[in-house]
Design a protein around this ligand. Structure first.
Ligand SMILES: NC(=O)c1ccc[n+]([C@@H]2O[C@H](COP(=O)([O-])OP(=O)(O)OC[C@H]3O[C@@H](n4cnc5c(N)ncnc54)[C@H](O)[C@@H]3O)[C@@H](O)[C@H]2O)c1
Ligand SMILES: [Zn+2]
Ligand SMILES: [Zn+2]
Length: 382
């Protein structure tokens, strides 16, 4: 089959690789019809992780089940499914507690949490390919209703960024009527904004500097904060009676940059401490990593962040971190899409055949104007 393979920093190609096979009776094989490029892929694409050359990308996967192992009971051949980016077994102690983001069995012993096509997240090939092997298929597949094919650009967001955006607002403790500031107007930040809107936030601020991304935020009623036009925390305070937002979401990660474009892994975290009120909560879903050899300075290389902990503590704030437990939310978010309550595909700018993945990576990585979310279509011919 064809798959998007990593060869080194900013070097991907569509190669022929062996087809995945049923390896365990609990596996399913899925013919991928939609698979997104994610900001998480970009950390790997840029060579800023341990992702190894030869690995296949792709953790935001949707498609049709074409084969099931002998122990798969619920999922049937022909079902359209969304696969959570978290690979999880369903019966370890973390999975039993709903912490499928930290499954104890899907990665190497001693490391909790696994994902498809991801650095340090276990042995699972990604789904930017014609086919994907889904382990623990009855647990991991979310079956889609009869509009699963027609609305796949909406449902494909259920494998990662819609639940992840929702999770950011959950960790931020957002309640109806509250104000919420979101750093990052990429796909994850926009999904956090959508989630905050669905939760009836009174004001949702989205901070970025790219006009196309800020415009998408505005389209769903969020207030765009252009950080190139002045200190974003001051802009947020000016619109929240001087006290700051009730809560905040970090949707950028360790490659955050200052307005001049220099990387600064503390930029968004410290801006959130400043933008959120005393006692407010912050949900950090942007990725931070334990070592970053390609980081811009000695602290960053060790995965350390000069965080304004003094001010964070002084303000009595709290922060939540980590990968999103997609299964906690994906069923309900699927049903919101099915019932027409939201259309997360509004952020999709490009649908490309797999062959054009290199072009998709290049432009999405450059945050090129108009490249806000790329959905790869392995069944589409160039
Ligand atoms: N925790 C999870 O489960 C999970 C899931 C998916 C993605 N992620 C992570 O979420 C992050 C965002 O993903 P994405 O797909 O939206 O990526 P993206 O890179 O497309 O978007 C990031 C946005 O942040 C903006 N930005 C950079 N520095 C900023 C700053 N100082 N202030 C405000 N905005 C700033 C950029 O202009 C860009 O628009 C990544 O780190 C990704 O790895 C985490
Ligand atoms: Zn993703
Ligand atoms: Zn588990």
């Amino acid at each position: 089959m064809k798959a998007v393979v990593y060869h080194g920093p900013r070097n991907v190609s569509v190669d022929n690789v062996p087809d995945p096979k049923i390896e365990k009776p609990t596996d399913a094989i899925v013919r991928i019809t939609s698979t997104n490029i994610c900001g998480s892929d970009l950390h790997m694409y840029e060579g800023r992780t341990d992702f190894e050359p030869g690995n296949i990308f792709g953790h935001e996967n949707l498609g049709e089940v074409v084969e099931v192992g002998s122990a798969v009971e619920k999922v049937k051949v022909g079902d359209m499914i969304s696969a959570p980016f978290n690979v999880s077994c369903g019966h370890c102690s973390n999975c039993e507690h709903g912490l499928t983001n930290y499954c104890e069995r899907a990665n190497a012993p001693g490391i909790a949490g696994a994902a498809y096509g991801f650095a340090d997240m276990g042995p699972w090939p990604g789904g930017q390919a014609e086919y994907l092997r889904v382990p623990w298929a009855d647990f991991d597949c979310l079956r889609l209703p009869e509009d699963g094919r027609e609305k796949q650009n909406d449902y494909v967001m259920c494998s990662d960024i819609f639940p992840t955006g929702w999770h950011a607002t959950e960790m931020a403790g957002l309640m109806p009527g509250e104000t919420c500031v979101i750093y990052g107007g990429g796909p994850v930040g926009l999904m956090a904004a959508l989630s905050a809107t669905l939760k009836s936030a009174s004001k949702v601020f989205v901070v970025d500097r790219h006009p196309d991304r800020l415009k998408l935020a505005e389209e769903i009623g969020a207030i765009p904060i252009d950080r190139s036009k002045g200190d974003p925390a001051e802009q947020v305070k000016a619109q929240t009676g001087g006290i700051g937002a009730d809560c905040g979401c970090e949707c950028v990660g360790y490659q955050a940059h200052d307005v001049e474009g220099h990387e600064d892994n503390s930029a968004t975290l410290n801006a959130l401490v400043a933008s959120v009120k005393f006692t407010g909560r912050i949900g950090c879903v942007g990725v931070y990593i334990p070592q970053d050899p390609g980081g811009p300075n000695d602290l960053a290389k060790q995965g350390k962040v000069p965080f304004d902990f003094g001010m964070h503590w002084f303000k009595g704030q709290a922060i939540g971190t980590g990968q999103c437990p997609v299964k906690r939310y994906n069923r309900n978010l699927r049903d919101l899409i099915h019932e027409g309550k939201c259309t997360p595909s509004w952020i999709v700018s490009h649908e490309l055949p797999l062959e054009q993945a290199p072009e998709g990576y290049k432009n999405f990585d450059a945050r090129a104007q108009g490249w806000t979310k790329v959905v790869l279509k392995p069944q589409m011919t160039a």
